[in-house]
Design a binder for this molecule. Sequence first.
Ligand code: PMP
Length: 309
Amino acid sequence: MANTSEFIWSNGELVPWHQATVHVLSHALHYGTSVFEGIRCYDTPNGPVVFRHREHMQRLKDSAKIYRFPIPYSVDELMEACRETLRANKLDSAYIRPLGFVGDVGLGVCPPPETKMDLIIAAFAWGSYLGEEALANGVDAMVSSWNRAAPNTIPTAAKAGGNYLSSLLVGGEARRHGYAEGIALDVRGYLSEGAGENLFMVKGGVIYTPPATSAILPGITRDTIMVLAREAGYEVREEPIAREALYLADEVFMTGTAAEMVPVRSVDQIEVGNGKRGPITEELQSAFFGLFNGQTEDKWGWLDPVSPD
Ligand code: PMP
């Protein structure tokens, strides 16, 4: 099995990886009733740190709140459970997957009101989602024939298991056509986001990204890049963007915890700029990865040490 480590934190206990199992009638398996996070732990010169730990755990709690299945742990408790999981697995750098899910509570679509979510935290070594080479040379992307959900159907601000059927359609279609990733439009036809990443473009030195109202997940890497870009003196605009703007952009890139910050060198077989990573993309990548190699000062308290001394 891919991506293993020794222990998974499960409802308050560390259990051996292969014993962390659920019943086949678990509600989440049938109806997508789960919420989750993807978080990274980076090995820095000052030891392993969890990146934007509090914001990720808060988003997990928020995702559960939207669906009225509160997670019975505080953000601080979740953060400590996560550190414990990393320490138990002796991981210095890792992808971390907290998951809250509705478990074995019967098969009614609406479970009893007092239902609590089960919670697990797994952590394992995982490189960049779209590959190391992609970080330097960029990827080819296509706009999907599938749109993101309309705002009054499925809330995209919740990082819920069921939402990822949309990502599967968008990303799967792209891969079958030989692209690294798919980009979805919202139901109005404006750009939304990648299957598992937020989307940015640069035009005339200004950085643009679709707003929260374009059916995006409000990404934590997206927020990080907006802060770093403004810090570097760039104007960043969150506004609806038309598909063809990507074709005419100077630079396009995508952001996400798993993908990190990936240049897009073509969209729908139209070269973006000169078909290579652009200078602003490269500058922001350096600022981003600099947080983990000590070259960018963490002015924001984004790095949470795994073992505070
Ligand atoms: N959009 C979608 C659909 C995602 O799955 C992700 C990955 N979590 C993102 C955007 C990026 O979010 P983040 O930067 O918080 O990982």
